[in-house]
Design a protein around this ligand. Structure first.
Ligand code: SF4
Length: 259
């Protein structure tokens, strides 16, 4: 492939990524894309914005003709099928396996990490290395849940080289699929593991040290940021802080369960 072909491929990939991102936010037609471009909505409020739109031409409520993303419930299988053998970003070049996510497809609690590491890339499963064992301990020994009761996935689904942080273009390319995983699972609680997950979901530049331990919301879902298990392997003294965060999640889950 020559330079021009490579450049063209990059442009096509970027356009496709952008359209998929908009589709995941509920923009399903060219008209709606125009309207959305003319009056951009917050990434954090796409459902509300879509639900309130009215067609200028027909006066018809768009929420009836073009369903908002939230009501476009599709199974995880459909999301995985559309992801396919994804080459939407450059992480595809170095990966062995796409690590889509695993767990209960209607989990109440969803963990979101940063990206697969070496073991995850080898096995095609999230959090199966040393950090994964620690996360499993938090779920099983700490929360008294089974790993298969919750859903576990990452911001990006392919391993960044040398376990570096995913870059912004990679996050944006992969995020539509994460959004659709949320839409399919409809968790009641989210735990964001580490800086990348917390910053991406909360659209903030604030770091995990100040974000953790406090409730936030993602698309109306309560979200607790906490340290990534890989960080805890390097800084075991901070396990107690994570336990404080987990206890807050357990307390809220219990309150909701009791109604
Ligand atoms: S990280 Fe996501 S967008 Fe990039 S190639 Fe992998 S699955 Fe596709």
């Amino acid at each position: 492939m020559n330079d021009i072909q490579r450049e063209l491929l990059d442009i096509v990939t970027q356009v496709r990524t952008h359209l998929e991102y908009r589709k995941a936010l509920g923009v399903n037609s060219i008209e709606q894309l125009h309207a959305e471009t003319a009056s951009p909505t917050s990434v954090n409020a796409p459902y509300a914005a879509n639900a309130q739109q009215t067609s200028a031409a027909t006066g018809e409520n768009i929420s009836e003709s073009v369903k908002p993303a939230e009501s476009q419930s599709e199974g995880l299988g459909a999301v995985r099928a559309e992801l396919g053998e994804c080459t939407r970003c450059k992480l595809s070049r170095g990966r062995k396996t796409i690590v889509f996510g695993e767990g209960n497809p209607s989990a109440v609690l969803m963990f979101v990490g940063e990206g697969p590491g070496y073991e995850e890339d080898q096995q095609g499963r999230p959090f199966v290395g040393a950090a994964g064992q620690l996360l499993t301990d938090i779920i099983v020994k700490g929360m008294k849940l089974r790993r298969e009761d919750v859903y576990i996935c990452n911001i990006v689904k392919c391993r960044p080289p040398d376990n570096r942080n995913p870059e912004q273009d990679e996050i944006e390319a992969c995020e539509p699929f994460l959004i659709r995983q949320f839409q399919a699972i409809k968790p009641k609680f989210i735990i964001a593991l580490g800086n990348v997950a917390a910053k991406t979901l909360l659209k903030t530049k604030e770091g995990i040290t100040s974000l953790r331990g406090r409730w936030h919301t993602y698309q109306g879902i309560p979200l607790m940021p906490t340290f990534h298990p890989a960080y805890l392997l390097r800084n075991p003294a901070d396990k107690k802080l994570v336990w404080e965060d987990i206890k807050k999640v357990l307390a809220k889950m219990e309150r909701v369960q009791k109604g």
